[in-house]
Write a protein that binds this ligand. Structure first.
Ligand code: SF4
Ligand code: SF4
Length: 80
C-alpha cells in the first residue's frame, strides 16, 4: 500500500482518482486505507494518486510493503 506524508496540502485532487475508494480526508491530512490500496494494480499502470498529487507527498508505505502478486490478489478480492 501507499502512504500520504504530512506534506499533504489537503487539495483533494487524489481522492476521486482512486479506483478503490482507498483515500479519504483524515483529521489533519488525507489518508490511505492500506487494506483497500492495491497501488492501483488491476486498474492502472501507475498509482493514480501519485500521478496527480501536486506536492509528491505519496510514497510506498514501509509498514505495508506488498509485492505485485499480493497486491493483485487484494485487487481480485476487492472486485469479487
Ligand atoms: Fe488508490 Fe491507487 Fe493511490 Fe492506492 S495507489 S490509494 S489504489 S489511487
Ligand atoms: Fe494531499 Fe496530495 Fe492528495 Fe492533495 S493530492 S490531498 S496534497 S495527498
Amino acid at each position: 500500500a501507499l502512504i500520504i506524508s504530512d506534506d499533504c496540502i489537503n487539495c483533494d485532487v487524489c481522492e476521486p482518482e482512486c479506483p478503490n475508494g482507498a483515500i479519504s480526508q483524515g483529521d489533519e491530512i488525507y489518508v490511505i486505507n492500506p487494506s483497500l490500496c492495491t497501488e492501483c494494480i488491476g486498474h492502472h499502470d501507475k498509482p493514480q494518486c501519485m500521478e496527480v498529487c501536486p506536492v509528491d507527498c505519496i510514497d510506498k508505505d514501509p509498514d505495508h510493503a506488498e509485492d505485485k502478486d499480493s497486491l493483485y490478489r487484494k485487487y481480485l478480492k476487492l472486485t469479487a
